[in-house]
Design a protein around this ligand. Structure first.
Ligand code: ADP
Length: 300
């Protein structure tokens, strides 16, 4: 895994991420706040996409597993020298907490807090394992403290270089903020229930969206509207997802990111999605967090 080193403004990134969860938090009547140590240098250098991914995972869990109370995202400066800063990110919630005997395991692949977690909250049990990997491969550490029924605090610590050149930064982090906030998604899906599920997820994050019932309608829409990303079902009447993608790439010559919505990863040829010009895939039932991560990393 290769990590990028690019200048970005951490404060802006954090505000944008908070903004993404505001709607969902309000809907669940949760207080969502941020605490940010202003002593952190405005410009730092590192892999902002991966950082966003880690925070998105943790915040999304906090919102998911908290039914009342509050969630706080804190960013603090632990250490600083001429070249680098050590920053601690913590995500504190007043949610359901994690049983003591499960706490060591939740960072493992496919581990969930309890046997009923999957049934009640859905999810894949992969988010934390990926977050841990992303943190540790960058030389950082991640930990959790939790009291069952009271809440959890996830903390991770990462080093960043202090950015020298400021010109590049401006465009970079502003771009992320602007693009995410006004994202326009085209959903291409024929099944009404799936359309509704996707609308709910996209609504939660305040994204704009449009729905096309099949590939043919999607192509019509693409010719008169502008979208930032397409979520494309594969099996559809009239024109399926593969045919539509091929048309979009070859006839329309468009490079718009396309995420395939697959019914079952085992039966669908992932290679076929890629060969067809799709950028990524996600299997149904759609995991909200995973979808958000994929969208955010593709529109960047
Ligand atoms: P999932 O996609 O299933 O949520 P994760 O790896 O993100 O997978 O989380 C693993 C498990 O850890 C979850 O199923 C849940 O039981 C527990 N967990 C994670 N975050 C929290 C939290 N903030 N509060 C309570 N439990 C949590």
């Amino acid at each position: 895994m290769v990590f990028e080193k690019r200048n970005f403004k951490l404060d802006e990134s954090i505000s944008t991420i908070i903004h993404l969860f505001e709607h969902k938090a309000r809907e669940k009547n949760l207080k969502l706040t941020k605490e940010y140590n202003k002593k952190i240098p405005v410009q730092i250098k590192g892999d902002s996409s991966r950082l966003h991914q880690i925070i998105l995972n943790l915040l999304s869990n906090a919102v998911k597993f908290t039914n009342e109370g509050s969630i706080m995202l804190s960013v603090d400066l632990l250490d600083e020298d001429d070249e680098k800063v050590t920053i601690e990110f913590s995500i504190e919630d007043t949610g359901i907490g994690i049983p003591e005997d499960r706490i060591d395991k939740i960072f493992h692949n496919f581990e969930q807090g309890s046997a009923s977690t999957q049934r009640v909250y859905g999810g894949t049990g992969l988010g934390l394992a990926i977050s841990k990997q992303l943190v540790e491969l960058q030389g950082g550490s991640i930990s959790v403290k939790s009291v069952l029924g009271k809440g959890s605090t996830f903390r991770f610590i990462l080093n960043f270089e202090i950015a020298g050149d400021t010109i590049e930064i401006e465009a970079d982090s502003k771009e992320f903020a602007a693009e995410i906030k006004s994202l326009n998604v085209l959903v291409v899906e024929d099944v009404l229930l799936n359309q509704l599920l996707l609308k709910t997820i996209l609504n939660d994050f305040g994204f704009k969206y449009d729905v096309a019932d099949n590939g043919k309608i999607a192509i019509d829409k693409l010719q008169s509207n502008t979208y930032d990303i397409i979520l494309m079902d594969l099996m559809m009447p009239e024109m399926n997802g593969f045919e539509a993608t091929e048309y979009i790439r070859n006839k329309l010559g468009s490079k718009i990111p396309i995420i395939a919505l697959t019914a079952d990863v085992t039966t669908v040829d992932i290679e076929k999605c890629k060969a067809n010009g799709m950028n990524d895939y996600i299997s149904k039932p759609i995991d909200e967090k995973l979808l958000l991560n994929k969208i955010v990393s593709l529109v960047k």
